[in-house]
Structure formats: C-alpha cells, structure tokens
Design a protein around this ligand. Structure first.
Ligand code: ATP
Length: 442
C-alpha cells in the first residue's frame, strides 16, 4: 500500500486511458474527471456487480432511474436547503476558500510548507455554505424557477416509493436501488476522484417496518462489507467500519456507519449505511400534502416505514479498486494492476508474435471468436515484452500469443498477468479455458 502513492495511480490512469482531468486542453476544470476507454469499462463492471447484488440476488429489491432535476420543494422537505452546508472560511491574503473544519490539514496555496491559518493570512469567521448547485428552469430568471442538481439520488427514490411499491406489488421489507449522478459544490475537492463536484452514487433504500430497523441495519452492514471482499476482491486489511458519533450524525439519522478504505492518503469513507428513520417520508407528506404512508395488508395498519440506506460512491469504490490493485513488481521492473478478471476492463489481448506468415490473420480470427464472449483486444504493435507490460498496467489478466507453432498444431500460449507463467492450450478450447481461469481466479 505504501508504494502506491496517489500520484502514481493518477499518472497510470492517464497513461493507460482510465481517467483524464476534465477539459484538459483548457487547463483543466476543477474536481471533474472524464473516464477513458478503460475507465468506463471498469466503472461499468463495478456498477453491474452492485446492480446484480441488489436487484438480481434480492427478489424484493427493484430498480429505478429518477431525474437529476426534481421539484425544488423536495430539497426543502429533505432539509438540504437549510442543512446541507459546510462551514466556509476565506483567507484575506490569498483569497483562498477553505473548509473551516479542515483548514488545519490543508496546505496554504501560496506557502505549501505551512497549513492554512499558520501562514500570515488572516482568516474570516466561518459561515455556512450550501453545497447544492442551483440552476434555473425555463428562459426567465426568477426565484420561482430555481431548481437544484440533486446532491443525492435517495430523494428520487423516496418520492416514488409508493408508485414503485404499487406497480411491483411489493410488501415490506423491500428495497429500491438506483445508480446515477449527484452533484455537490464541494469547497475543497481533492485526492483525485475521491471528492469531486460531479460523481455517481449507487444507493439502495430499504423500507422496513419500524421496530425491525436495528436488525435490518445490522444485516445490511454485513452484506455491504462482504461485497467489497467477495465481489470486488478487496483485501480485507484495507477495510474497516467507522460508526458516526453523535456530533457526526446527519439530521435524519438514528444510527450511521461508514465503510472505510485505506487509500494511499489514509482511511476514508467509501460507503455509508444509515438508519434514516421515517424522517424523509414524514417530511414529504408534510410538504407535498400527499399521503406517504404504507398500507400494511397483513396487520391492517397504516404507517411510515423506516428506511435503511446503503449509499456508495461509484467513483470512490473505483478508486479503492484501483488502489488495491496497484502493484509495483520491482523484481521484474513492471507495474501491474492486479484487478480481479471480472473487473478487468479487457479480459484478454491477442498478439501475433510477428506481422507475417499468416499469424495476424489467425490472431484476428481468434479475436472474432472470443469477442462474442468477453472484451478482448488485438495488438501487434511493438515487441512482445512491451505488449505484455502495457497490458499489465491495464490490468488485462491474459495475453494470448500466436506463434509459428500455432499454424502447425492449432495451439496458442496464454500468458498470466500476475506470475507471468505461460501455458499452451488448443485454440479449440480457448473460450472455455479462459472462462475457467476467470472463474477460478483467486
Ligand atoms: P464525505 O463525508 O466524504 O463528504 P458524505 O458523508 O457527505 O461524504 P454521503 O452523503 O453519505 O457522503 O454520500 C454517500 C457516498 O457518496 C459517500 O460514501 C461517497 O462514496 C459518495 N460521495 C459523497 N460525496 C462525494 C464527492 N464529493 N465525490 C465523490 N463521491 C462522493
């Protein structure tokens, strides 16, 4: 872990096409990142695992895709208009803006050897800064036309929960899962994709009968923790829980836990598991005037369900996967992304040893056979060693090499990314061989 400084990961991500700084040709745009060809494959693979773990494995969890823009009253009801603030301070000298609760750990932009407040600059008193991005609906600018870019996807689930429940004939407990963009005007955004102003959340809101909420929270804590180990292949040493103390708890929460990962810059939250009580549903009933209670056909009662929320940042999860996978194989002078094959953006690269004697044609045919099953690439550029090392950095688990023997006996070599061992297999069995190796990977 100590070896993988964040700068090295940032540089590999750019070099190999995982992640780029937004608007780079204009000097970059603060705290927004673009996902390149490998980054989007990795992101999709992670979000598909999450979606499957929610909506496929649980019959009582269904999906939703609500709008980013919603009725502005939703954010008054949720408390975000009044409460979603960070304390902001200004430095009168350098004009920098910082979070009052973090300035002691933030280097001064003019004198990076000192922390903000320890340099000569005088700081203003803290004031509340609302993190929601405001925008305007329609062509006329007026207060009545204000809308917000959602700072969390959860509210889209709450305001739709009775429609979903009715349409899908769900009974408590049941969950609604959603993946989508969220926006927060973070005062200080840093640590690469860890804290950005535009990001993606994967949230599942689980509606339960009041009184069962403590037990349900414990179950979801365990399930979500295991997801990191069993599905993402994250090393358990780099994971831990952090429970919110009373001063940390959000205004809606009865109990809250973070799953933290040890990033190169230290332990930090990747996912929150919260008992949000019936706060949000009560407030939406109050602000909309519509009934938000659940009709329990079994007990013949009407009540507000409690909500257990699991809220993960897709980008932070991806950064934890990248940090965990980064390995400097100093013995062999190479960098390897030891991604689990199910997460790897490309599963195999097919390389003809030379660009003649029918080897490229055979390699192309193998690509055509494999690409129906999983993402593969063709690569004939550069020495074979360079091609292997490129794929090691991309996290590709297998390199398939076509050589002169391939023409004679219809076999190829599979070179394994982690230990660089090579084995010969017949072309006929290649699809199943690779599938078995991916399934057996540990
Ligand atoms: P933090 O304390 O780090 O600001 P938070 O407690 O405000 O996070 P939540 O509101 O619980 O975060 O959001 C749920 C998840 O959304 C977080 O665990 C994180 O993975 C992700 N997330 C929140 N803010 C950001 C951000 N600015 N950039 C990237 N991901 C974020």
């Amino acid at each position: 872990m100590a070896e993988s400084s964040i700068e090295k990961i940032v540089s590999l991500c750019k070099r190999r096409g995982f992640i780029f700084q937004s608007s780079e040709i204009y000097g970059g745009f603060g705290a927004v990142y673009d996902y390149g060809p490998l980054g989007i494959e990795l992101k999709n693979n992670i979000s598909q695992l999450w979606w499957r773990a929610m909506t496929q494995v649980h019959e009582n969890i269904v999906g939703l895709d609500s709008g980013i823009l919603m009725h502005p009253k939703i954010w008054e009801a949720s408390g975000h208009v009044d409460e979603f603030n960070d304390p902001l301070i200004d430095c009168k000298k350098c004009k920098g803006r910082f979070r009052a609760d973090q300035h002691e750990n933030t280097p001064c932009p003019e004198k990076p050897s000192k922390m903000v407040g320890q340099c000569e600059g005088e700081l203003t008193a803290p004031r509340d800064f609302n993190l929601m991005f405001k925008t305007q609906i329609g062509p006329v600018e007026s207060d009545g036309d204000v809308a917000y870019l959602r700072p969390e996807t959860a509210q889209g689930i709450y305001v739709n929960y009775l429609l979903v429940q009715g349409a899908m004939r769900q009974k408590l407990p049941f969950g609604i899962a959603q993946i989508g963009k969220a926006f927060r005007n973070e005062i200080v955004a840093r640590n690469f994709i860890f804290r950005t102003r535009e990001f993606e959340q994967m949230e599942m809101q689980y509606f339960v009968k009041p009184g069962t909420d403590d037990g349900e929270l414990n179950e979801w804590k365990e399930k979500r923790y295991n997801f990191y180990i069993q599905e993402l292949g994250i090393n358990e040493r780099n994971l831990r829980f952090h429970q919110h103390g009373t001063n940390e708890l959000a205004h809606y929460a009865k109990e809250a836990w973070d799953i933290e990962y040890e990033f190169p810059f230290g332990w930090a939250e990747v996912e929150g598991i919260h008992n949000r009580t019936d706060f949000d549903l009560q407030r939406h009933q109050e602000f909309s005037g519509k009934n938000m209670q659940y009709s329990d056909q079994v007990s013949n009662e009407k009540y507000f369900p409690y909500i257990i929320e699991t809220s993960a940042g897709l980008n932070r999860m991806l950064l934890s996967v990248l940090s965990d996978a980064y390995w400097e194989d100093t013995d062999n002078n190479r960098i390897v992304m030891k991604l689990h094959p199910k997460l790897a953006p490309v599963k195999a690269v097919v390389c003809p040893l030379v660009k003649k004697d029918g080897l490229p044609e055979l390699a192309r045919k193998i690509v055509d056979d494999l690409k129906i099953h999983y993402k593969v690439l063709y690569d004939q550029q550069g020495s074979i060693g360079k091609r292997y090392y490129r794929q090691d950095e991309a996290g590709t688990p297998f390199c398939i090499t076509i050589d002169h023997q391939s023409n004679e006996d219809n076999t190829v070599t599979i070179r394994h990314r982690n230990d660089q061992l090579q084995e010969r297999v017949s072309i006929e069995n290649l699809v199943t061989e690779l599938q078995n190796k991916m399934d057996d990977y540990s």
